[in-house]
Design a protein. Sequence first.
Length: 84
Amino acid sequence: MAKKPMSFEKSLDTLERIVDELESGHLTLDESLKRYEQGVAAHKECMGILDAAEKRIEELIRRDDGSLDTQPLDIADEESEDAE
């Protein structure tokens, strides 16, 4: 049976908990390595979810003929326009 992917929030909570445990200094080396591996997995999960969400973001545009079309949202262009 395939493992159901965690939600972004659950993955992020897991990652934050692991970071707290590692920063506490109370883990043995072996426990720290296991937590680090779990943290890398949670980080990959978060990044995969964010990448998928970014691909879904589209900007609705109107063509010259009045019809509507979609195109990927260029976040860099939006940020530079906001800075002006």
